[in-house]
Design a protein around this ligand. Sequence first.
Ligand SMILES: C[S@@+](CC[C@H](N)C(=O)[O-])C[C@H]1O[C@@H](n2cnc3c(N)ncnc32)[C@H](O)[C@@H]1O
Length: 277
Amino acid sequence: MQTRLQQSTLDALSTTTPNEPQKFQAAADREQIARRIGELGEWFHNLDLYGVPTAPKHFLGDFPNVKWRHIAAAVPDDLHGATVLDIGCNGGFYSIEMKKRGAGRVVGIDVDDRYLNQARFAAETLGFEIEFQKCSVYAVDSVPGKFDYVLFMGVLYHLRYPLFALDKVARKVGGKLLFQTMIRGSEQTAAWEENYHFWNKDIFREHDFPCMYFIEHAYANDPTNWWIPNRGAAEGMLRSAGFEIVNHPELETWICEPTRVKKRGRYIQDLELAGEL
Ligand SMILES: C[S@@+](CC[C@H](N)C(=O)[O-])C[C@H]1O[C@@H](n2cnc3c(N)ncnc32)[C@H](O)[C@@H]1O
């Protein structure tokens, strides 16, 4: 449902670009926005909707602004015409940030209706045209075409089948992948041999050796946290899915290009599922 703002506010909005500081906001409209934010349930993304925060008490602070602050400079200021697919878009923070930089078509997908409704409300309120669709990363093939930017942020560790999903994501990346995952264990990388002897058990005692921690029950009270990589595993999986890491703006975020997502002219995933990899 779209919040109806006062005509004076709408008139002012139509003459104010989203990047300009907001010169006005009738108290009544802020009340209306605050009411609607509340009706849409608990938010994970703290967005600023004309001075009204959507998640001011987030346990990670001003999230995901605290994260974006370290990533923003690694993304071009001018994204005019670029297409964007935001997988696991949640309340729409990253979709909106890309749109603020002039991106053309922006599609946000998520499995959770609550988050999708929040994202729709936020985008409409801020005056951005973004398509939000209910779709799992596992069904991302149903979104046609490739995108200049694919965002796959904060989703991998929520999946029971992380590499299966990453291989699917690889098929949608026409330009760059912005990838983020929670990291636990070693935050260092090290050089590893391409192969080890069957009886070499020492490498598995190395703290930096690529490792995925399996969470049987819950982590941070969240039973949807399944596999949490250390840094070596995160970077190893990206390379294994055919990505070249071109930037690493902060510990948990990588920018990648899909340089080797196909082998012998076929996607890694197709080869694997056919038993031909
Ligand atoms: C930790 S939040 C990350 C949100 C946002 N991308 C970010 O980085 O701030 C994880 C999001 O992934 C969504 N999600 C979980 N499983 C998914 C799936 N199979 N396909 C698409 N989205 C999924 C959740 O609903 C949630 O919105």
